[in-house]
Write a protein that binds this ligand. Structure first.
Ligand code: F6R
Length: 444
């Protein structure tokens, strides 16, 4: 009796195997043990014990667990750095994730197999280095990421004609306007590009949130290039917008993207990879800055033969080459910025202001604050302040402004005066020569 109970216990315990290697070897050992014990039972004529009522209940339980085990065994192992690459015709697949295994189910409910790719930079992903979290690591990776975006696309002075692929020059030479569609941070990058495209390249540009674009009727001007921007290349609204655009008579589609072979990359006519490296942190950081560098390359490429002469191109490319180093120097300020923003810690609301190209930068600042700190934040073009939002400003409201020394500086200063007059707490990111000084209520 004793021996047969052990036998059934062993079989029941080991039956519902999964394919995890540790469990698999354990299963093999226990089955061998069970067979051995069965042989001993047979020799000791105890086999009749196996048809008693409790034993039958054991068998039923065993069979149930085996069936469940078979389901688990239908799953395959997934390593920490593996990812599944699904093709377009595999849309609708479901992934059932378990501890160390997965199973893929297609739209018909059948278990299917798909191609598995392994992320090459596994060590980079698995290791946060000395950083507290991935987002911080990714913020500090910006200089290298920017270098990677520019590499192979610019010579010392010019953007290479085929930076966007061999088909690009023919498409760009026909392009008369650009329609940018994206979500979140990528949308903000697009808003910034609109200023550059219209100012430098003389190309008409409209920018739209993908979740709006995809549900509205849109008039497409002749020879319009449809541009999507996406870190992941998988954002559902952006992808759906591209599918809509493909039926709407655009000249061609271009994606600026960080993930090779992503759905957007596969579905677009032209692809520019930002090469920012994997972004694990939920908030987009290095993806955003590299998107901006990529968009500058686009403005320069489209500007040729239009609003942008060779001299201006050279200036812009030289500035692009300086970008990684400037970014590195800016990151050195992180300790000082942390101290300056101590009074900010208890705040419940914040307002970001900017003018011109700094307005979308302000939008991005507000998005980051909301997303990371759960602090309510809004962004306005500084000139809009007097049309309502000024009413919100008092000594509890921190106002963050971006103030480069450019043609709009004086206008911005007069807006910030209005904030000060209402007792708002100003935090200004200013150029050295922009003429701001620390004073009560103003931190520069
Ligand atoms: C914000 C953020 C999101 C993404 C947005 C689009 O920090 O990460 O707003 O920018 O979800 O994602 P992608 O760029 O992958 O299309």
């Amino acid at each position: 009796m004793f021996v047969s109970t052990i036998v059934v216990g062993c079989i029941t315990f080991t039956g519902p195997c999964k394919v995890h290697p540790v469990e698999y070897s354990r299963t093999v050992v226990f089955y061998l043990l069970a067979i051995l014990l069965l042989c001993i039972c047979a020799l000791r004529k105890e086999l009749n014990m196996f048809i008693s009522l409790p034993m039958i209940l054991f068998y039923v339980l065993y069979v149930c667990l085996i069936v469940k085990g078979q389901l688990d065994c239908g799953a395959a192992e997934l390593g920490e750095t593996d990812y599944l690459r699904l093709n377009k015709d595999e849309e609708g697949d479901l992934v059932e994730l378990r501890d160390a295994s997965y199973r893929l189910i297609d739209v018909l409910g059948e278990t299917v197999e798909r191609e598995i790719a392994t992320i090459s930079s596994a060590d980079e992903i698995a290791d946060k280095g000395n950083y507290e979290h991935y987002m911080l690591k990714e913020i500090f990776e910006q200089p290298e990421a920017l270098k990677a975006t520019l590499q192979g696309r610019v010579s010392e002075k010019y953007v290479l004609p085929e930076a966007f692929g061999i088909k690009a020059p023919a498409i760009f030479s026909k392009t008369e306007s650009v329609h940018i569609v994206a979500c979140g941070t990528s949308y903000h990058a697009g808003l910034i590009a609109k200023y550059w495209l219209e100012e430098w390249a003389g190309v008409l540009c409209q920018v739209e949130v993908a979740s709006e674009y995809r549900y509205r009727a849109c008039v497409v001007p002749k020879n319009t290039l449809f541009v999507t921007i996406s870190q992941s290349g998988e954002t559902a609204d952006t992808l759906a917008a591209l599918q809509t655009a493909k039926k709407s008579g655009y000249l061609a589609s271009l994606v600026i993207c960080n993930v090779a072979n992503s759905s957007l990359a596969r579905a677009s006519d032209l692809v520019l990879m930002t090469h920012a490296g994997p972004e694990i942190g939920v908030a987009s950081t290095k993806a955003f800055t590299t998107q901006l560098a990529a968009l500058q390359l686009l403005c320069i490429s489209l500007g040729r033969g239009r609003g942008l002469d060779r001299k201006k191109e050279q200036q812009l490319v030289e500035a692009l080459h300086q970008l990684p180093e400037l970014c590195r120097k800016t990151l050195e300020l992180s300790g000082a910025i942390e101290k300056i923003f101590q009074p900010f810690v208890d705040k419940k609301h914040a307002l970001f202001l900017g003018r011109g190209v700094q307005f979308p930068v302000a939008l991005e600042g507000a998005l980051k604050l909301k997303e990371i700190s759960y602090v309510h934040a809004e962004a306005y073009p500084a000139g809009e302040l007097k049309h309502g939002p000024l009413a919100l400003i008092d000594n509890k409201m921190p106002v963050i402004a971006v103030a480069p020394n450019n043609a709009l500086l004086e206008k911005l200063k007069s807006n910030l005066q209005e904030v000060k007059a209402r007792g708002g707490q100003l935090f200004v990111f200013a150029d050295h020569d922009a003429g701001f000084e620390n004073e009560p209520g103003v931190t520069v």
